[in-house]
Design a protein around this ligand. Structure first.
Ligand code: SF4
Ligand code: SF4
Length: 180
């Protein structure tokens, strides 16, 4: 695989002009989770352009992105890393090897599944499904209890039928939604 092929696929899927990056580091300097990442946003772009597909798609970094858009607002070249990370996660899930952060991948999947079927989030349902599917029954128990006691995790699920707009959101690839 040529180095450029991987970068081209990422650019197409994310609809971001990552080749414009001149590595000024502004995105990484503002990224709230860069200190937790092995590479950080701008080095990930460098690795993409060097064709380091296995290293990038097998990296924890792509699962740590919070999609906060700080990088996009700081970038002098108008490159948004959130859709790039989305594209990388999709490419990672399409591979036969398991994702670097299977629990985060599971959390993403369950979160979207609840919104798709219920039309809105139900935190208690998400927590229960995540705990059962991940087997991590006791992790974050103290934080979960505090949130529950503060009424942040209501047990009753609100009713909101998924409307036409939500159906369209799920039918449209992420990158296309961001263009609108
Ligand atoms: S801010 Fe933009 S140009 Fe600068 S390193 Fe990040 S992506 Fe590249
Ligand atoms: S969108 Fe992701 S990569 Fe960009 S600043 Fe936020 S967490 Fe970091």
């Amino acid at each position: 695989v040529e180095a450029g092929d991987f970068a081209r696929r990422v650019d197409e899927l994310s609809r971001q002009p990552t080749r414009r990056c001149f590595h000024c580091h502004k995105c990484t300097a503002g990224c709230p989770v860069a200190t937790e990442m092995a590479h950080g946003p701008d080095r990930l772009l460098q690795l993409i352009h060097l064709g380091q597909e296995d290293l990038v798609l097998g990296s924890d970094d792509i699962w740590l992105c919070l999609a906060c858009e700080t990088c996009g607002t700081r970038c002098p070249n108008d490159i948004h890393l959130a859709p790039v990370m989305d594209a990388l996660r999709r490419l990672s899930l399409a591979r036969s090897t398991p994702p670097a952060q299977p629990r985060l991948a599971l959390f993403h999947h369950l979160f979207l599944d609840i919104v798709r079927t219920r039309g809105r989030m139900h935190e208690a349902g998400l927590m229960a499904a995540y705990k059962l599917r991940s087997g991590d029954l006791l992790g974050d128990a103290a934080a979960g209890t505090r949130l529950f006691l503060k009424g942040k995790i209501p047990l009753r699920a609100g009713v909101a039928r998924p409307g036409e707009m939500l159906r369209r959101v799920f039918a449209t690839p992420t990158a296309e939604r961001r263009q609108r």
